[in-house]
Design a protein around this ligand. Structure first.
Ligand code: ASP
Length: 336
């Protein structure tokens, strides 16, 4: 019988209706009470760490979750974190960087409907998560949602209402779960050789700038005064506007001269960036040695930078860490 720690943080799964709208009120113990079938394969304890809408999730909460898992790591075979769906992909990615090489499964789940409703996806998602966290071949940080198991760095909420809200971006599903059976597509736990490693610092000073036609480069200059890194979500495979004034080039130069980090990524969800294709990307990338996210999700890019900048300051070290694959986050680096 596996021993699982279920950590509750809030979200729709734990919400009840109130005059001011849905809000998390259901406790971790009550959540567990809705899935009595789990007693067949695990014995679970619960920990109520937070009870918030995940809109309010912050990097300090990610550190709190990682620290709770670290504290209990040796007491349990696996962990299940109940979480709101809105920022679940960020938390899953953040935990992938904060807890690396875990041979024990750390599963994040939630639901589109509260667990106390008659018609809900919550019971299935929670039961599937406890089942996966109890599986001998499961490991590392994953999202379990809608019958899919997704690497913690590859999840994205793509639907606001449907039960199949999460997709695995630029990477296959690790497994599917049907009728309480786990079917593995990636069964590679034997390749895990390093011991688990926990990190306890993040740097929040990471900004995101989504380009639109008409965007002024002054925004980038403004951000330079407030942040250590900026992710520029550009168009298609990636590029920066080269309007006559050359303002974007100057703004990038200002960032790089200040020793700050600029990462280029794409607004297109699937297939990733490749700045080297077009003149609008290749020239500026080469001139300033810009980093690019390639096939990484935005959620992974944001949290990876927060993790890296929590450990390193030197541009070369930042580059090295950025292109190192962690929990399957980046595969396409052939051209950097
Ligand atoms: N607003 C909710 C949250 O992210 C949505 C959900 O859980 O589905 O906490």
């Amino acid at each position: 019988m596996k021993h699982i720690l279920m950590i509750a943080t809030g979200g729709t799964i734990a919400s009840k209706s109130s005059d001011s709208g849905l809000k998390p009120l259901i406790t971790s113990k009550e959540l567990l009470g809705y899935v009595p079938d789990a007693l067949r394969f695990c014995q679970a304890d619960t920990l109520q760490l937070l009870n918030i809408d995940s809109t309010n999730m912050q990097p300090s909460h990610w550190l709190m979750i990682a620290s709770a898992i670290r504290e209990h790591y040796h007491d349990y075979d696996g962990f299940v974190i109940c979480h709101g769906t809105d920022t679940m992909a960020y938390t899953a990615a953040a935990l992938s960087y904060l807890i690396q090489n875990s041979s024990k499964p750390i599963v994040i789940t939630g639901a589109q409907k509260p667990i106390d409703l008659e018609i809900t996806d919550a019971k299935t998602n929670l039961l599937d998560s406890l089942l996966f966290a109890s599986h001998d071949r499961a490991y590392g940080v994953t999202i379990v949602f809608g019958g899919k198991v997704i690497a913690g760095t590859r999840g994205k909420k793509e639907r606001t209402k449907s039960y199949n809200a999460f997709s695995s971006i630029n990477f296959p599903y690790i497994a599917t779960i049907q009728d309480q059976h786990v079917i593995f597509y990636l069964d590679d736990k034997a390749l895990l050789k390093q011991p688990v490693r926990f990190y306890d610092s993040l740097n929040n000073r990471v900004a995101l700038l989504k380009l639109i036609p008409s965007m002024e480069a002054g925004v980038l200059a403004y951000l330079a005064g407030h942040y250590d890194a900026v992710i520029i979500e550009s168009f298609g495979v990636g590029g920066l506007p080269s309007y006559e004034s050359g303002d974007f080039r100057k703004a990038i130069e200002q960032w790089i001269e200040a020793g700050k980090t600029v990462v280029m990524t794409t607004q297109v969800t699937n297939e990733g960036s490749n700045m080297s294709v077009y003149e609008v990307g290749k020239t500026i990338k080469q001139e300033f040695g810009l980093l690019e996210a390639y096939d990484m999700t935005l959620e992974a890019t944001v949290t990876k930078l927060m993790w890296i900048l929590g450990q390193a300051r030197e541009p070369e070290k930042i580059r090295e860490m950025f292109y190192q694959t962690v929990n399957r986050d980046i595969l396409y680096t052939a051209t950097w």
